[in-house]
Ligand binder design. Structure first.
Ligand SMILES: [Mg+2]
Length: 388
């Protein structure tokens, strides 16, 4: 068994929205196909993966460095001991040949997209949903229950835009969501407090509402917001300062009793270790949001989960960033805390297929083999572009 071809297309994100720091209008995502020489129903079994939403496609790194290394590898060296599956860890190692340690930036997303396509391919070869393959691979029992999911969004609406935060969250509530997350830091503290009150009108209580500063705050602002929001009992206070400013995170955690969430912009095990060591994260309270698609794929991500457990954190404190099908399967397969969803935005990648049961704040993967990306109508055109 061998890889016949690896292809990538860069797919622009739809939706003209802005968080506190960046506009998503120029963002795109790498969708990768890994085609095997196994033929079923007259067609090669092909795995699909992508990096994650909210950053950029990685076609350049994939074509210049990563894909040539896999083409040059001995095909047998990429298989597991049974010879019936590709070994994601070996594929990861081959993709990283001659790369120096550290500097985990865009290459982590390039490798992530490719490595996740290997998991999709393996699950299709085994004819099981990816979450089942993931659970078995890591020695866990496959799960049938749903995952917790909350609706992320809560954007800024200019006065006169004809839409409000309350409208946005009321629409999510009507779709079956019971938890919500909103942006903060894109306006004054006073204005953000008004927006939080507006959102609580739909969420009901602070337990149903998280706030996300998207890494925008310096220490003084971070502490001022912590003081101002502490009485709301919010679900969590997310990505407060620069993702690598572990000292800022620690100093907020020292005075803010509510949960803190962060980690979506850490792209390696080494960075996650530093967060666990130096970020003041509190077992039983705080939330880790690292995202396999941004951090070399599931092989590296699973090492992060092992590291968290070794440091006294429960795997249910992991809520991966990125509301999409791949992370749904990872959450169910590894029995993590839950996933997010961005209803109506970040298409074609955001959200779940119609075959996924969504309601009551829960979402469940379908029985489709792999990640089931082919079942998501919005992805059909992009997947068709990858066909030979
Ligand atoms: Mg975030």
């Amino acid at each position: 068994m061998r890889i016949v071809d690896i292809r990538e297309v860069s797919v622009p994100l739809e939706g003209n929205i802005a968080n506190a720091v960046v506009s998503f209008a120029e963002h795109d995502v790498s969708l990768v196909a890994v085609e095997s020489d196994v033929i079923r129903n007259g067609r090669p079994v092909t795995g699909y993966g992508f990096d994650s939403i909210g950053r950029f496609a990685q076609g350049g790194i994939l074509r210049a460095r990563i894909i040539p290394r896999l083409r040059a590898a001995d095909p047998a060296s990429l298989l597991d001991e049974s010879g019936l599956r590709f070994d994601p860890g070996k594929v990861y190692a081959a993709a990283m040949r001659n790369e120096k340690p550290g500097g985990h930036g865009d290459r982590a997303a390039a490798v992530g997209a490719l490595e996740l396509a290997i998991w999709d391919l393996n699950a299709k070869l085994a004819d099981v949903p990816a979450h089942v393959l993931i659970a078995r691979h890591f020695g866990r029992a496959p799960q049938s229950q749903s995952a917790d999911v909350y609706a992320a969004g809560g954007y800024y609406y200019p006065p006169g835009s004809g839409r409000t935060l309350r409208d946005e969250f009321a629409a999510y509530r009507d779709m079956g969501f019971t938890g919500f997350k909103m942006k903060i830091g894109g306006a004054s503290l006073a204005r953000d407090l008004e927006r939080i009150e507006e959102a609580l009108g739909v969420a009901g209580s602070g337990a149903g509402l998280a706030v996300d500063a998207n890494g925008r705050f310096g220490l003084d602002t971070a502490l001022a917001y912590a003081e101002a929001i502490k009485g709301y009992g919010l679900r969590w206070y997310e990505e407060i300062g620069d993702p690598l400013d572990f000292d800022l995170n620690r100093r907020v955690a020292e005075v803010y009793d509510g949960p803190i969430a962060t980690g979506e912009n850490l792209f390696s095990l080494a960075d996650a270790v530093n967060l666990a060591r130096y970020g003041g994260m509190r077992p039983g309270r705080d939330i880790f949001q690292m995202d396999a698609g941004l951090s070399y794929g599931l092989t590296e991500y699973a090492r992060m989960i092992d590291m968290l457990e070794a440091n006294g954190f429960d795997r249910r404190s992991a809520h991966p960033h990125g509301g999409h099908l791949i992370n749904l399967h990872i959450v169910v397969g590894l029995e993590l805390g839950g996933c997010e969803a961005y209803p109506g935005v970040f298409q074609p990648f955001g959200g779940y297929a119609p075959s996924c049961a969504l309601g009551g704040g829960q979402v469940r993967p379908s029985d489709a083999p792999g990640f089931g990306l082919e079942e998501k109508p919005e992805l059909r055109n992009a997947i068709a572009r990858l066909a030979n």
